[in-house]
Write a protein that binds this ligand. Structure first.
Ligand code: DSN
Length: 415
C-alpha cells in the first residue's frame, strides 16, 4: 500500500503510516503477541465493510443491506468451527478482552467470584486485575505458578478453588511458556461447580495447527484474539457448546458491544482460510521450534528462562540471575536501539515493579512469518546476548544493527 490517497488528504497521518511500515520492515518484531498478517487479510480489513452497520447476527440484523455482511460473518464462523472443532463460535468481539467480557456477561453477576492467574505470573488484565473492569465487577482471587518450576501447580490451583469456591476459573495466559493441561483445570472447576474459560489469545494459531493441546471441547468457554499466532487480523473470538450459544451471543451484542467491526470480521475470515491450509501447520511448528532454539541459545549465553524453557511461541527471560543490575525496561530500550523490538515483562515473584520489571518476553510468531529458521533465530539470540552483555557499547550496537539490517534484507516483509 502506498498510502497516496491518505497523503492527499492527510500528509501527517500518511507519514506515520509509511513510517510504521518502514519500522516493521527494518526491525525484528519479537513482541510475543504480535504478528504480520498477509496482504489479503490487510486488504479485507480495509474494505468497504468498515462502512457497514450490522448489529445483530447473520439473518437477524437491525439494519438493512446486510447481505454481504452476513456472507462474511457466516464464512468466518464456519471456518473457525472447522479450524477448532467448536460447536458454537462468535466472531464479533472487538478484541480478546471483549471476548472475555462477553463470557463473563453471559455467565456471571457482579460480585461473583473469579479465580485466575496473577498478572505478574503470566495472567492477563481482563482476567481480573483491579485496574480492569473484570477486577472491578467481580471478586477475584489469583493463583500463581510454582516458584521452583515456573510452571502451573494444578494441585494448588485445585486446593485454591476448593477454598475460594469461584463461579469461574480462568486459564490461558499471556506470558506462560509451557503447554497447559486444560483437563486438569476443567476438573478443578467441575469439582467446585465453577465454569472454566480458557483464554487462548496467545496460542490460538498453535491450537488451530495442533501444536498445542486444544481446550475446545474441554473448557466450557474458549476465548481468544485473532491477530496473534493465528495471523487473522485484529479482533476476538468466543467458542462454546451450543447450550451457551444464546447467552454468549446476547452478551456480546447487545450486552457489551454495538455494531460489529465487519471489516475486521472479513479479515478474520481470510486469516482463518489461510490457517486452514497445510502450510499453516508448518508455520506453527516452525514458530515453536524457533522459540525452543532461541531459548536454548540464550541459555548457552547464560540467561535464565522461567520454567527452564518453552513449549510455545515465547520465552520469558528472568534477568535477575544473569544480569542482576539490569532491568527488563533497560533491555527493552537498548534492544530497540539496534532494531530488536520486544517487551519488558514481569516474572514470577517479581522484585522490581510492573513498570520496570525483571524480565523480558520474547516471541517468535512475527519473525517466523518472515521466514526466519533455526539458524536465523540463533543469530538473533546471539545479537540479543551481545547487546545485553555490552549495554551502552556503541561499537557493539553498530555491529548488531548491521546484523539486524542483514536479516531484514534476507527475510523481507510484504515483498
Ligand atoms: N497485550 C497483549 C500481550 O502482549 O500479551 C495481551 O492483550
Amino acid at each position: 500500500m502506498s498510502y497516496e490517497e491518505v497523503r492527499e488528504v492527510d500528509p501527517a497521518v500518511a507519514d506515520a503510516l509509511v513510517g510504521e511500515r518502514s519500522r516493521q520492515e527494518h526491525t525484528l518484531a519479537m513482541i510475543a503477541s504480535e504478528n504480520h498478517v498477509s496482504e489479503a487479510v490487510m486488504e479485507a480489513q480495509s474494505s468497504e465493510l468498515t462502512n457497514k452497520y450490522a448489529e445483530g447476527y447473520p439473518g437477524s440484523r437491525y439494519y438493512g443491506g446486510c447481505e454481504y455482511a452476513d456472507d462474511v460473518e457466516e464464512i468466518a464462523v464456519e471456518r473457525a468451527k472447522e479450524l477448532f472443532g467448536a460447536d458454537h463460535v462468535n466472531v464479533q468481539p472487538h478484541s480478546g478482552s471483549s471476548a472475555n467480557m462477553g463470557v463473563y456477561f453471559a455467565t456471571l453477576e457482579p460480585g461473583d467470584k473469579i479465580l485466575s492467574l496473577d498478572l505478574t505470573h503470566g495472567g492477563h488484565l481482563s482476567h481480573g486485575h483491579p485496574a480492569n473492569f473484570a477486577g472491578q465487577l467481580y471478586e477475584v482471587e489469583q493463583y500463581e505458578v510454582d516458584p521452583e518450576t515456573g510452571r502451573l501447580d494444578y494441585e494448588s490451583l485445585r486446593e485454591h478453588a476448593e477454598a475460594f469456591e469461584p463461579d469461574m476459573i480462568v486459564s490461558g495466559f499471556s506470558a506462560y511458556p509451557r503447554e497447559v493441561e486444560w483437563e486438569r483445570i476443567q476438573a478443578a472447576a467441575d469439582a467446585v461447580g465453577a465454569l472454566h474459560t480458557a483464554d487462548i489469545a496467545h496460542i490460538t494459531g498453535l491450537v488451530a495447527a495442533g501444536e498445542h493441546a486444544s481446550p475446545v471441547g474441554v473448557a466450557d468457554f474458549v476465548t481468544g484474539s485473532t491477530h496473534k499466532t493465528i495471523r487473522a487480523g485484529r479482533g476476538g473470538i468466543i467458542m462454546c457448546d451450543e447450550q451457551f450459544a444464546d447467552d454468549v451471543d446476547s452478551a456480546v451484542f447487545p450486552g457489551a458491544q454495538g455494531g460489529p467491526l465487519m471489516h475486521n470480521i472479513a479479515g478474520k475470515a481470510v486469516g482463518f482460510h489461510e490457517a486452514l491450509q497445510p502450510e499453516f501447520e508448518d508455520y506453527a511448528a516452525q514458530v515453536v521450534e524457533n522459540a525452543a532454539v532461541l531459548g536454548d541459545r540464550l541459555e548457552e549465553h547464560g540467561f535464565s528462562l522461567v520454567s527452564g524453557g518453552t513449549d510455545t511461541h515465547l520465552v520469558l527471560v528472568d534477568l535477575r540471575d544473569s544480569h542482576p543490575d539490569v532491568s527488563g525496561g533497560d533491555v527493552e530500550d537498548e534492544l530497540e536501539e539496534v532494531g530488536i523490538v520486544l517487551n519488558a515483562n514481569t516474572v514470577p515473584d517479581e522484585t522490581r515493579s510492573a513498570f520496570d520489571p525483571s524480565g523480558i518476553r520474547i516471541g517468535t510468531p512475527a519473525l517466523t512469518t518472515r521466514g526466519f529458521d533455526a539458524d536465523a533465530m540463533e543469530t538473533v539470540a546471539d545479537s540479543i546476548a551481545r547487546v545485553v552483555d555490552n549495554l551502552g557499547d556503541e561499537d557493539v550496537y553498530a555491529d548488531v544493527s548491521d546484523t539486524v539490517d542483514d536479516l531484514c534484507e534476507q527475510y523481507p516483509l510484504y515483498e
